[in-house]
Write a protein that binds this ligand. Structure first.
Ligand SMILES: [Zn+2]
Length: 145
């Protein structure tokens, strides 16, 4: 189509993350993009696009899942279900303000603020499990989209 601007890979990666209901790994994103365009999308290209998006604060890497989500605010608390892998993002400016105070008092300069809380979502907590603030999570799940 003449005059139409082709979206960049970063834009297409971002669109995939917006549509995903759960965190997506680079491999999952590459697979979804390949299915859309009908040709191979290399994972290294997806990683570069994710790096670009992360620098622009448009995505957040969920370290414990080795996956990414699209950002909905600058400061986020990420709640991750250890059972089903679902993740939800919540703006949490007050907590990050307090973290900033703690860092300043410790003369520590964080590269970024990032808080992930593993636990169980409302669908999985009724599955014979209970949430416990006293025992730390014992498992780290990978992303299975
Ligand atoms: Zn769950």
């Amino acid at each position: 189509m003449p005059g139409r601007i082709k979206p960049s890979l970063a834009d297409r990666v971002y669109d995939v993350l917006i549509e995903c209901k759960r965190p997506a790994s680079a491999y999952t994103i590459a697979g979804l993009l390949a299915a859309r365009c009908g040709r191979v999308v290399h994972v290294n290209s997806v990683y570069r696009a994710l790096s670009t998006l992360e620098c622009r604060n448009r995505v957040t890497s969920i370290v414990s899942l080795k996956a990414w989500v699209a950002n909905s605010s600058q400061y986020q608390l990420i709640l991750i279900c250890s059972e089903c892998g679902a993740a939800t993002l919540h703006p949490l400016a007050d907590v990050y303000h307090r973290l900033g105070q703690i860092c300043r008092q410790a003369d520590f300069h964080p590269a970024r603020y990032h808080v992930e809380l593993p636990g169980h979502c409302c669908r999985c907590v009724g599955d014979g499990r209970t949430s416990s603030m006293n025992s730390p999570p014992s498992e780290v799940l990978s992303c299975h989209n």
